[in-house]
Design a protein around this ligand. Structure first.
Ligand SMILES: Cc1cc2nc3c(=O)[nH]c(=O)nc-3n(C[C@H](O)[C@H](O)[C@H](O)COP(=O)(O)OP(=O)(O)OC[C@H]3O[C@@H](n4cnc5c(N)ncnc54)[C@H](O)[C@@H]3O)c2cc1C
Length: 407
């Protein structure tokens, strides 16, 4: 089906996270027969163990900011069209700095957002305190991005599963894409062989071995804390409180190697708080630790002491799929005809998932797309012949690198 107009093709999607399920939904809507294979169950990966910030504010400058703007617009459209009714909610993001180092990061980030035509409002500390009752004065600067949003990945996937009649095969771990004459003919799993005209590899971390990305993808664990609720079904604050340390970690991962904690306090619509989190490089486990949980809570209390009244009801962790150059991997596999790859979304896959799912489905069926995703192509890691050495793209600018190290 690669770059052709073939209708009614039989597509195998590997991975029932938000990206795989969104693509499956749009492929099925376009008239194709779709089988989704998951090694475990739908939402068993990062999609079921994450927050749901649909945020442009948090993205690093460049292609990620551009994609996030388009992804946020797509959520707005899907909500208005009814496909994701009541599953996406708009809200502002508040970004704060606690010291001079963080203030430099915040100022640079605000300038990059403004350059990308994103509305950014500067708030005084008093204005911030008025909008966020209960916040402390331990901040030196604050920026707000009014147009962000929130969606829970597991709710999106559950909804798409209910709506579409794609076949989902649980506990079918893909072992290999079977290739004949340079063309994919199906997928070998531990539950047997599934033949197909095209294969979408959207298996998060599991994608690495299937398409030769083992040297370029790694796990990055995140620990999260959940509180109880004060009122039912009403967020306690207008929007999330995002530290500049979080922005620094997103702009340049080196910033969080020394201190993996980057604070975000997210008011959920249930009335609960979701407080994150960590970025623990190379860690692929779902445990939470007293060390990080206590430090996240200490930082959260320092900024928002009003939370002290809340009960902590649960902690959990999820594992992000990170890439060596900090960008997702999306596009046709350069060496195997009819294989499309969509993985490596690190902490941005809930935001980007529906848009990338739709884009993958369109490209696989030979349609043109407006989105420029050339810089995400797997060909930056995998050549026609096999796997190349990593060639990371330039990270954030030097000023930010210097300002954020150790932030
Ligand atoms: C703590 C935390 C907080 C986050 N917060 C946010 C946020 O606020 N906003 C945001 O946009 N993003 C956030 N993310 C990131 C987001 O959750 C991920 O980027 C997104 O869920 C990735 O979706 P996916 O479909 O690519 O992969 P996954 O959800 O990981 O799905 C991959 C699926 O593939 C299956 N699989 C794996 N290997 C195989 C195989 N060999 N064969 C068959 N199936 C296989 C797995 O079982 C899984 O179901 C967060 C992540 C974490 C961990």
């Amino acid at each position: 089906m690669k770059r052709s107009e073939k209708r009614g093709a039989n597509v195998i999607v590997i991975g029932a996270g938000i990206v795989g399920m969104a693509a499956a939904y749009f492929l099925r809507s376009a008239g194709h027969s779709v089988t989704v294979l998951d090694a475990d169950t739908p939402m068993a990966g990062a999609t079921g163990a994450s927050d749901g910030a649909v945020s442009v504010a948090s993205k690093k400058p460049g292609v990620m900011m551009v994609l996030a703007k388009a992804a946020r617009d797509f959520y707005v459209q899907l909500e208005a069209d009814g496909l994701l009714r009541d599953l996406f909610h708009r809200r502002p993001t508040f970004m704060f700095a606690r010291n001079e180092l963080e203030a430099n990061v915040l100022a640079a980030h605000g300038a990059d957002l403004a350059k990308a035509d994103v509305q950014v409002d500067e708030l005084t500390v008093s204005e911030f305190a008025r909008r966020i009752p209960g916040v402390s004065r331990n901040v030196v600067s604050v920026l707000a991005v009014p147009g962000d949003g929130h969606a829970l990945g597991y709710q999106i996937v559950a909804h798409l599963l209910k709506l579409s009649d794609v076949t989902v095969v649980r506990h079918a771990r893909a072992k290999r894409v079977r290739v004949e004459n340079g063309k994919a003919v199906g997928v070998e799993t531990d539950s047997g062989f599934f033949c197909g005209d095209a294969v979408l590899v959207a298996a998060g971390l599991g994608s690495a071995d299937l398409v030769g990305l083992g040297n370029f993808i790694c796990p990055r664990k995140g620990q999260i804390i959940i509180t109880d609720r004060e009122k039912d079904n009403e967020p306690a604050l207008e929007g999330p409180l995002m530290s500049a340390a979080y922005l620094a970690a997103k702009r340049n991962f080196e910033a969080s190697r020394k201190n993996p904690i980057s604070l975000v306090i997210d008011p959920l619509r249930t009335g609960q708080f979701l407080i994150g989190g960590t970025r623990e490089e190379g860690v692929d486990s779902r445990t939470t630790t007293a060390h990080y949980v206590s430090e996240i809570l200490r930082q959260a209390m320092d900024i928002y002491p009003a939370m002290g009244r809340r009960r902590v009801i649960r902690t959990f962790s999820g594992v992000r799929t990170a890439t060596v150059d900090g960008l997702p991997v999306v596009g046709f596999h350069p060496a195997i005809t009819n294989v499309f790859v969509a993985t490596g979304f690190e902490g941005d896959g809930i935001c980007l998932g529906p848009l990338i799912g739709k884009t993958s489905a369109s490209l696989m069926t030979g349609k043109q797309v407006d989105l420029d995703i050339a810089s995400l192509s797997p060909s930056r890691f995998v050549s026609r012949e096999g796997t190349d050495e990593p060639q990371p793209t330039a990270a954030a600018d030097e000023t930010i690198n210097a300002a954020t190290t150790g932030a």
